[in-house]
Design a protein around this ligand. Structure first.
Ligand code: NAP
Length: 288
């Protein structure tokens, strides 16, 4: 990291806990490579202190920050502007200064889409099977709607949460349907893209998968399997998919690209060193 000066501008991330965040690592690596006089700092902020923290960050001239668990929804009413995309996802992960206070958006959607758009441009016929309906699943639905996917079959374990999830999208998601896990074999047989947004298989429970081995055999070889989890890589779900001949995408690129999008917003840089962000992250996580 370059030496801090009296002119160094501050960026950061708020969350609770914040110790495990990988954002300071990737952001400061990119800042150093760009030769910018910025520093990205983790700020532990508890829920009860959120409004005070935002006022304090503004008072000391912080230029922008990421928002992570548990503040992604709670921060929204404290912002002067929230992008339409963040409104539809229902959470904000990136905040920046404007004259009236703070503005926010959600760069997880862009992060999710980046590896898919690198594969091809036309996703209009795509039938998606989405596993889980939590926070990250909302970014996936927003992304799939942007791609114009034909169908988004969402598999949930709690039908009440499933109904609320479907209802929250209103008219925007005619393509969205809700399903029970017992329907998985049939759904997989006709899926072009399967996205795991459950935490099943995440380190340290790396032996877990959202699919049992029998269900995984329904995956077609031309299906793309996308796991939002980035440690381990590949997850057991992706290993099952690879064994079926599927193309596998892990969550690392989403993490890198959502961060890159934030850095562009804060610094105005037209391009940021995504390769550096990716390689420091891989080295830190012990991935090849
Ligand atoms: P979340 O809000 O807690 O949602 C998790 C979803 O998985 C919920 O629908 C939950 O169902 C379901 N689920 C949990 N355990 C399950 C089980 N045993 N069987 C079936 N369904 C289960 O979490 P999140 O914030 O969306 O994060 C989900 C995953 O995405 C995490 O692994 C996270 O690390 C990853 N993620 C990655 C990125 C990235 O940049 N790569 C970004 C965001 C998230 P219930 O509601 O019924 O519990």
């Amino acid at each position: 990291m370059a030496a801090l000066t009296g002119r160094t501008r501050l960026l950061g991330i708020i969350g609770d806990p914040i110790e495990h965040s990988l954002s300071p690592l990737i952001q400061n690596a990119a800042i150093a490579e760009l030769g910018l006089d910025y520093c990205y700092v983790p700020f532990p902020v508890q829920g009860a202190d959120l409004a005070t923290a935002l006022a304090g960050l503004a008072a000391v001239g912080v230029q922008g920050f990421n928002v992570t668990i548990p503040h992604k929804q709670a921060v929204m009413p404290l912002l002067s502007e929230v992008s339409d995309l963040a409104q539809s996802v229902g959470s904000v992960n990136t905040v920046w200064r404007i004259a009236e206070g703070w503005a926010g958006t959600n760069t997880d959607v862009l992060g999710f889409l980046a590896p898919l758009q690198a594969l091809r441009s036309d996703w209009s016929g795509c039938r998606v099977v989405l596993l889980g309906c939590g926070g990250a699943a909302r970014a996936v639905v927003a992304g799939c709607l942007q791609l114009g996917c034909r169908a988004i079959a969402t598999v949930v374990r709690d039908s009440h949460k499933g109904s609320a999830f479907q209802k929250s999208w209103g008219d925007r998601a005619a393509a969205l349907s809700i399903h029970d896990w017992s329907e998985i074999p049939d759904l997989l047989a006709s899926a072009d893209l399967v996205v795991n947004t459950t935490p099943l298989g995440m380190d340290p429970h790396i032996e877990r998968s959202p699919l049992d081995d029998q269900a995984a055999q329904q995956l077609r070889s031309d299906t793309i399997a996308y796991d939002l989890i980035y440690t381990p890589s590949p997850t057991r779900f992706l290993q099952q998919a690879i064994a079926q001949g599927c193309q596998a995408i892990d969550g690392l690129e989403m993490l890198v690209q959502q961060g890159a999008a934030g850095l562009k917003i804060w610094t105005g840089a037209e391009s940021v060193p995504v390769d550096t962000m990716r390689s420091v992250l891989k080295a830190h996580l012990g991935l090849a």
